[in-house]
Design a protein around this ligand. Structure first.
Ligand code: IYR
Length: 221
C-alpha cells in the first residue's frame, strides 16, 4: 500500500544567499580532519544523542534504516576493543598488508597501536543490518545496507564536526570481533568504528593536501 503523501517544500533562497551559505559551510567542513590523538575529556551522552539523531535522518534503501550505532563509554569494554583491535592490526601491519598498502599509509603515520580506543570518551561501533527481526520474529530483508550505513556515518561525522567534536573513521581489519564484543547477531555486520571526543590539547594531524575538486568532478560528458 502506498503511504499517504504530504507536501514537500524548502525555504526560498536566492543565489546570493546560496553562494554565501556555500562558502560558509565549506569553510567549516574543510576544517574536519581524522583525529588519532584524543583528550579523555568526557562528552555528555545527550550531545552524542544529537549527532545520532542527525545520522538517523540519512536516506536509506527502502527507508529501512539498516544501521545500528553501538555507543560505548565503559572503560572495560573500550579496553577489550583496544586489545582485540591491536591484535588484528599487529598481524595486518606485520604480515597481511602488502608493501603497496603500507607505503600508501606512510604519510598518515599509522601503526598497529591504537591508544585512542581507550582514550576517546566514546567508541561508536556502526553496524550494517542485513536482515532485521520483526516483532513477530520473522526476518525482514534490508536493501543497500552498506550504502545506507555509509550515508548515516557521513551525516554522523558531519554532525560531530559541527558540534565541535573530533572523530576518526577507523576500520580495524578484520573487524568481526566487534560483533562478539557488542553482542550483536550474525544478521548485523560491523561497518565502521568511530571514536568520538575532543582532540588532545597537543593533538596534531598530518599536513596532507586534498586531491583537487576538479579531479573528482565531471560536468556532462
Ligand atoms: N586499519 C589500519 C590501516 C589503515 C587503513 C587505511 I585504508 C587507512 O586510511 C588508515 C589505516 C589502521 O587503522 O591502522
Amino acid at each position: 500500500m502506498p503511504a499517504p503523501r504530504i507536501p514537500y517544500a524548502l525555504p526560498a533562497r536566492d543565489q546570493a544567499w546560496q553562494a554565501q551559505r556555500g562558502d560558509e559551510l565549506l569553510g567549516r567542513i574543510a576544517a574536519r580532519r581524522s583525529c588519532r590523538e584524543f583528550s579523555p575529556r568526557p562528552v555528555p551522552r545527550g550531545i552524542l544523542e544529537k549527532a545520532l539523531a542527525i545520522a538517523h535522518t540519512a536516506p536509506s534503501g527502502a527507508n529501512r534504516r539498516p544501521w545500528r550505532f553501538v555507543c560505548i563509554n565503559d572503560p572495560e569494554i573500550k579496553r577489550e576493543i583496544r586489545i582485540a583491535a591491536e591484535a588484528e592490526e599487529k598481524e595486518s601491519y606485520e604480515r597481511r598488508m602488502p608493501d603497496e598498502w603500507l607505503e600508501a599509509l606512510e604519510p598518515i603515520g599509522t601503526t598497529w597501536q591504537k591508544p585512542f580506543l581507550e582514550i576517546a570518551p566514546w567508541l561508536v561501533v556502526v553496524f550494517q543490518i542485513n536482515q532485521e527481526e520483526r516483532p513477530d520474529g520473522s526476518l525482514h530483508k534490508c536493501y543497500y545496507p552498506a550504502e545506507s550505513a555509509g550515508l548515516a556515518c557521513g551525516f554522523f561525522l558531519w554532525a560531530c564536526h559541527e558540534l565541535g567534536l573530533a572523530t576518526l573513521t577507523h576500520t580495524p581489519s578484520p573487524m568481526n570481533f566487534l560483533r562478539d564484543i557488542c553482542r550483536r547477531p550474525s544478521t548485523e555486520r560491523p561497518f565502521l568504528l568511530i571514536p568520538v571526543g575532543y582532540p588532545a590539547r597537543d593533538a596534531t594531524v598530518p599536513d596532507l593536501p586534498r586531491k583537487p575538486l576538479s579531479d573528482a568532478v565531471q560536468w556532462n560528458r
